[in-house]
Ligand binder design. Structure first.
Ligand code: PLP
Length: 460
């Protein structure tokens, strides 16, 4: 055992990943293809290129190429905030009195405050390279919109963000960060799009949902010349870009001969988790190593632990391709949990397939215990974690405490996706003792799941 592991493991310039890794290439059974919502046939590159930038559509459909070169311009941008440190949580270990070694990969060291910038810059780059004027997107809690605004500002690209109305009103700070970076931010449902007008007519006074904001953003992209839609999670292209997290983490561990026993990540749409575990899952798929991989989701939105594995719409407006995924049904409206980034009805098809094959396990946790873990972590490690990230902290701590009982010095690695400075209303509720847990009943779940689209595709 190497006793001299620094508090933070950084990589040298020459140790940094120069390629993204596509875990689908090493999967014998691939994730099911995404389908055209109109024809229910696998989406073609031509069709997908109408919504997404062409290069990104290609990445989305490519499940055979293992490595993609990261373009130099993106490497240059990454250099502003990468490598992100792999931190040995010495103080947390001491606090818990555990023999386990805990490491976290910290993605909150950039102005957007999360890992989302890793994919935002890639997507903005390919849009720019294609000669587009701009991109449209949705944002829930605001992290993705913020990341995309930063990336677009850097590349001088127009950025239009549909922000779920309740966040637009309740989270003015993220909204203003986006506007400062030059993005146009519209509360959703808006009166600018057909989907938005329909939602407003059908549900007067609605404060919106992520699914609806996605539909609005897609419609906005399709109706403007020179615009494409971009999405911050769920898609396979996003997991590809986020593999930079896992590749760096693995390089840092390898540098000190550390063999991870378990790797833990929070899961909303699955992008940070998918990116973090990709290189490790790749080793498992190739029979080179074994790890325990754990996805952590909120008990209020338990797509892996209580959802079904089926084709579903990615958005409420049913304009995006259908994906086969673990889902609660696109009609499922999660309760107002404070981890906005984890309130999505479905899960990345890659993460879903890895889970279905048994390479990945999942756990759900309730938010008050998550905030307790966040507070413990903040006190000893100094970082004020995002509520989403704190789901991973909670399970990492649980596992470290188990090691205390068994006396095992396991290596626990988890993804700390971001900081929580814009989530102080959530912390306020926690500090005031007003935070509540909400777990949907079986009845709540059955209702949305019974409305899944009936898709009978004979694709392998
Ligand atoms: C968006 C977000 C998440 C969840 O998204 P994934 O696609 O599941 O990674 C987690 N943590 C933070 C800080 C986020 O902003």
């Amino acid at each position: 055992m190497n006793q001299n592991i620094p508090y933070k493991i950084y990589l040298e310039e020459q140790e940094m990943p120069k390629q993204w890794y596509n875990v689908r290439a090493d999967m014998k059974k691939k994730p099911a293809p995404i389908l055209n919502p109109g024809t229910l046939k696998p989406v073609t590159l031509e069709e997908l290129s109408g919504i997404f930038c062409r290069e990104l559509a290609k990445q989305e459909l490519n499940d055979t190429t293992a490595y993609f070169d990261i373009p130099q311009e993106i490497l240059d941008f990454y250099r502003m905030y990468r490598p992100s440190p792999l931190v040995r949580a010495y103080c947390l270990e001491k606090k818990l009195g555990t023999p386990a070694h805990i490491y976290y990969k910290f993605e909150g060291n950039n102005t957007s405050g999360s890992h989302k910038l890793n994919s935002a810059i890639a997507q903005a780059y390919y849009a720019k390279k294609q000669g587009l004027k701009g991109v449209t997107t949705e944002t829930g809690a605001g992290q993705w919109g913020t990341a995309l605004s930063m990336a677009c500002a850097y590349l001088d690209l127009d950025c239009q963000v549909y922000m779920v109305k309740c966040s637009y009103e309740q989270k003015p700070f993220r909204r203003e960060v986006m506007r400062t970076y030059g993005a146009k931010v519209t509360p959703s449902p808006s009166m600018d799009t057909e989907v938005g007008r329909k939602m407003n007519a059908q549900f007067p006074g609605t404060t919106g949902s992520l699914g609806c904001a996605i539909s609005e953003a897609v419609e906005a992209a399709m109706s403007q010349e020179g615009y494409r839609y971009v999405l911050g999670s769920v898609l396979s292209q996003v997991l590809l870009h986020q593999s930079v997290i896992g590749l760096e983490a693995k390089a840092a561990l390898d540098k000190y001969n550390i063999k991870a026993d378990m790797i833990i990540g929070c899961a909303g749409g699955g992008s940070n988790l998918g990116g973090l575990i990709s290189p490790f899952a790749g080793q498992m798929l190739r029979g080179e190593a074994e790890y325990k991989l754990i996805a952590v989701e909120p008990a209020s939105c338990p797509s892996l632990t209580r959802g079904v594995y089926a084709y579903d719409f990615c958005d409420t407006g049913k304009v995006c391709p259908l994906a086969k995924m673990y889902t609660l049904g696109s009609g499922f409206i999660p309760s107002a949990s404070h981890a906005g980034g984890l309130r999505y009805h479905g899960m990345s098809s890659v993460v879903s397939e890895l889970y279905d094959q048994g390479l990945l396990t999942a756990r759900s946790v309730e938010q008050t215990e998550v905030f307790k873990a966040a507070q413990t972590f903040a006190k000893v490690e100094g970082i004020l974690p995002a509520p989403e990230s704190s789901h991973a902290i909670k399970v990492a701590m649980d596992e470290a405490i188990k090691c205390k009982e068994t006396g095992e010095a396991k290596n626990i690695v988890f993804g700390l996706t971001g900081t929580g400075y814009f989530d102080m209303m959530a912390y306020q509720r926690f500090n005031d003792g007003e935070m509540q847990d909400y777990v949907p009943s079986d009845e709540d779940l059955t209702k949305a799941i019974s409305q899944l689209p009936k898709v009978n595709v004979s694709v392998h």
